[in-house]
Design a binder for this molecule. Structure first.
Ligand SMILES: [Zn+2]
Length: 98
């Protein structure tokens, strides 16, 4: 994941990020080039958390064989969830915090 800074357009390496801040479900970080605080678009951030939760919930249901006749549906839903989360991680739009 290499987010682009919305302020100075530099690609930001994860290891260059020194200052981070976790606000509830959202993750914020400081651009190492221009010191602008950046976060993932809020809607995308929530969607990403939702996707990961979907995978967790459906995996747990499958592990404990709860409603096992639906297990293939759970697997599909879980896969879709993590797929969305991954897409957002790689292509999600980052915004400047004002
Ligand atoms: Zn920047």
């Amino acid at each position: 994941m290499k987010p682009t800074c919305p302020s100075c357009q530099n690609k930001i390496n994860n290891r260059d990020i020194k200052n981070t801040n976790k606000k509830g479900m959202l993750f914020e970080f400081e651009c190492p080039y221009c010191q602008t605080w950046i976060h993932l678009n809020k809607t995308l951030g929530v969607l990403k958390t939702l996707g990961v939760s979907l995978l967790l919930i459906t995996s747990l249901l499958n592990i404990f064989s709860i409603k096992s006749k639906y297990s293939s549906i759970f697997s599909t839903v879980g896969f879709a969830g993590i797929f969305i989360a991954m897409l957002i991680t790689f292509f999600g739009k980052h915004e400047e915090i004002k």
